[in-house]
Design a protein around this ligand. Structure first.
Ligand SMILES: Cc1cc2nc3c(=O)[nH]c(=O)nc-3n(C[C@H](O)[C@H](O)[C@H](O)COP(=O)(O)OP(=O)(O)OC[C@H]3O[C@@H](n4cnc5c(N)ncnc54)[C@H](O)[C@@H]3O)c2cc1C
Length: 243
């Protein structure tokens, strides 16, 4: 173990001991999502563990990241899980986003001043993620996204939602990842999920909306978006009119 890694793990251990463990039970009982505490985690560099350093990431190895999450989970498993999900969003935009997307989103995600939500699971697609039915249809410079996501950790507090949607053929190769900023017209929340012992990171059912100026699909492709949206509060996919 290098000295640098040692210091990082020690800092995460102290953070988990002081900030997470004493509060974990209360947060769960009160269904409190501790955004202020997550901002502190961001100051420690925990929001962009595998993100490149030019956009504020920590650039950790996989092994270091595992050690970091082990320490976090000793304090509060739910917050450790949320931070790992947030990191998936930061990593995907850093890895697959274009320069504008990296510059717009990744520094805030790495610092956890912006929180991220990863929107893959649907009422009819969990383990079999390649079966998602949420669609993203090209409409001029826009993508119009239509569908319902479920178990979206952090939804309601996130600045950005990375939405997996079908833009091509059936199966995993026809899925794109689209960046949907909070406040996009048509984006709506359902009720908070009831999850035993897992109340702190909200897990909403979430309806989705539209995007623009995106490339046609390609697996894992991250695309920009804004504006033009539809709303569908039913737990199924369907086409609606545009806002
Ligand atoms: C606390 C929490 C937070 C979450 N956060 C997010 C999030 O932020 N974003 C997101 O997109 N998703 C999130 N999820 C969803 C999570 O990824 C799904 O729960 C997971 O993919 C499993 O899907 P499912 O719950 O529909 O279970 P199912 O897919 O219905 O599986 C139910 C059971 O059947 C088994 N099973 C399924 N298929 C097979 C098979 N072919 N053969 C044998 N056994 C099988 C599974 O192993 C499991 O035991 C979260 C879930 C939880 C509980």
């Amino acid at each position: 173990m290098t000295e640098e890694r040692d210091a990082l793990i020690q800092a995460v251990r102290e953070f988990a001991d002081l900030e997470l463990a004493p509060n974990a039970e209360r947060w769960d009982a009160e269904k409190h999502f501790p955004v202020d505490t997550l901002r502190l985690a961001g100051q420690l560099g925990l929001g962009g563990e595998s993100v490149r350093e030019d956009v504020g990431g920590s650039g950790l190895s996989r092994l270091d990241a595992v050690a970091m999450f082990e320490e976090l989970a000793k304090g509060d498993t739910t917050i450790a899980a949320y931070i790992s999900i947030h990191n998936m969003v930061a990593w995907m935009i850093d890895t697959y986003g274009d320069d504008a997307q990296r510059e717009r989103w990744v520094p805030g995600l790495a610092a956890m001043t912006d929180l991220g939500s990863y929107c893959l699971t649907e009422p009819g697609a969990g383990s079999d993620a390649a079966a998602i039915t949420t669609s993203a249809r090209r409409d001029g410079d826009d993508y119009v996204i239509n569908g319902v996501k479920q178990f979206v950790s952090g939804a309601g507090s996130s600045a950005v939602h990375l939405v997996m949607a079908r833009t091509g053929e059936p199966g995993s190769r026809g899925i794109s990842a689209i960046v949907v900023p909070d406040g996009t017209p048509g984006l709506g929340f359902g009720r908070n999920e009831e999850k035993m012992g897992w109340h702190a990171p909200r897990g909403h059912q979430r309806d989705h909306a539209a995007g623009r100026r995106a490339e046609p699909s390609g697996r894992g492709r991250v695309t920009t978006n804004a504006g033009r949206a539809v709303r569908d509060r039913r737990p199924s996919t369907r086409d609606l009119g545009y806002a």
